[in-house]
Each structure stands twice: as structure tokens, then as C-alpha cells.
Design a protein around this ligand. Structure first.
Ligand code: GLP
Length: 236
């Protein structure tokens, strides 16, 4: 994997934008998208750009289980607000957080992924090294499934909810196996609280204990960091 360190998250996001624009120009039709604070600047740059996604498709990594799309903490709501309202896609896919038939929702999402191979996948990283909602221990060949969120993830994400009790305890997540099928992966990490996970991803062994470490097995992954997230990396 190629690692680039930028002075600021904005500069890193601008670089990510250039990769997205280049992919679109080269005919990429399916973009794997992430939520969280990390891609917000990227989505803002895209919103202000003249990129046209009306022929493209978007598949999102994950969704909280139990939250309807109109709940302002759902990832469906996040994507509408940060990207889709301003930049319409031909198709957008996000797991349905309120699906009553969980097995069918999972099967349908895996079908969507196999019919729409991802050309470029945007990723953030959890402070414990998770990608999507693939928590520590997630098998590297996993597909979409309903996962239990770890306490660390609930703690990290509670800032967006009124109280910790409101944070869903489960989520639908695209699996690591599906993420690895993307032709190109762009992982971004910003801030001091990501520095340990970044260090373990880059310098540690490839292990399910650090889900992002599996990206070392992917032939076209770029990691974009700000200085704080890179602060525990070996300078060489
Ligand atoms: C959530 C999402 C991940 C995201 C992570 C980090 O757990 N499921 O896709 O990468 O949070 O979020 P943030 O970018 O807000 O730090």
C-alpha cells in the first residue's frame, strides 16, 4: 500500500478528490462510499465540483441496525445530506437499517455487490482499526452481515447521538472480503486518535485483530493521512 502524509486533512481530502475524479474520467462506474467525519471534507469538495455522477452507482459500506433512513443519525441520512442531494447518482445502495427480514437484506446486499463490482472504495478507520463496521476478529473473507458493535466503537460514535443508550448496538456491514474485491481502495485517517490504529495497520502484522491491516494484501490501496494520524509511524 502507498502512504501519503499531508499537512492537513483538507489537503489529504483534495488528493482523495483527485483520485475520485481520475477514476470517474477513466470510466469507473461504481463507487464504494463511507460515512463518518473522515470523508466529510472529501464530500464537500465533490459537492462544490463539477463532477457528474448521474451515470454512476454508489454502494455504501454499512448502516446502523434499527435506524430508519430518515433518522438523522442513519448513514442513509448522512449520505443524502453530505453528497446525494447535491450530486445525484444513477443508483445508490445502503443496507436498510429497518429490514425485518435480516437474512434477505443480507442476501440482497451481497447480490448488489456482486452485480456492481466497486471500482473505487473510500474507507475511514475506527480507532480500533475497524473498517466499515468490521470489528476486530472479522474474518478476511466475510461478506455482508449483521455485526455487534464493540464498546470502543459505541464510545467513539456516541458523540453523534443524544446519549450512549441511543447508539445502536448492531449494524449491517459490507464484509472485508467484499471490500478487498474493490479495484482501488482509498483509506483516509485524520487526527491523533487514529494514530495507533494507523501504526498497527502499517507496521503491524496482518491480523483480524486489526481489520485494516488486511489492506496490505490488496494490490491497489492508498492511505492518506494528516500529520496527527501519521504521528506514530516510523518516519522512514
Ligand atoms: C464508523 C463507520 C466507519 C468509519 C468509522 C470512523 O464506525 N462505520 O466506516 O470509518 O466510524 O469514523 P470517523 O470518520 O467519524 O472517525
Amino acid at each position: 500500500m502507498n502512504i501519503f502524509v499531508f499537512e492537513t486533512s483538507l489537503e489529504a481530502s483534495q488528493y482523495a478528490y483527485d483520485l475520485v475524479a481520475k477514476a470517474l474520467e477513466s470510466g469507473a462506474s461504481t463507487f464504494g462510499l463511507a460515512t463518518g467525519s473522515t470523508p466529510e471534507e472529501l464530500y464537500s469538495i465533490i459537492r462544490d465540483s463539477d463532477l457528474d455522477f448521474t451515470d454512476a452507482k454508489a454502494v455504501n459500506l454499512d448502516e446502523y441496525y434499527g435506524l430508519p433512513a430518515d433518522n438523522d443519525q442513519s448513514y442513509a441520512y448522512f449520505m443524502k445530506k453530505h453528497l446525494f442531494d447535491a450530486k445525484p447518482f444513477a443508483q445508490t445502495h445502503i443496507p436498510n437499517g429497518t429490514a425485518t427480514d435480516v437474512e434477505k437484506e443480507i442476501e440482497d446486499y451481497n447480490t448488489i455487490l456482486s452485480e456492481n463490482p466497486v471500482d473505487l472504495q473510500i474507507l475511514g478507520i475506527g480507532s480500533n482499526g475497524h473498517i466499515g463496521f468490521n470489528e476486530q476478529g472479522s474474518p478476511f473473507d466475510s461478506k455482508t452481515r449483521l455485526v455487534d458493535l464493540t464498546d470502543e466503537t459505541i464510545q467513539a460514535n456516541k458523540r453523534n447521538f443524544e446519549s450512549e443508550a441511543d447508539v445502536p448496538k448492531k449494524a449491517f456491514s459490507m464484509g472485508i472480503g467484499s471490500i478487498l474485491e474493490s479495484k482501488q481502495i482509498v483509506l483516509m485517517a485524520f487526527g491523533e486518535n487514529k494514530a495507533k490504529a494507523v501504526k498497527e495497520t502499517v507496521h503491524g502484522e496482518v491480523t483480524p485483530n486489526v481489520p485494516a491491516s488486511v489492506l496490505k494484501n490488496h494490490s491497489n490501496t492508498v492511505i492518506l493521512l494528516d500529520k496527527a494520524a501519521a504521528s506514530q509511524l516510523d518516519p522512514s
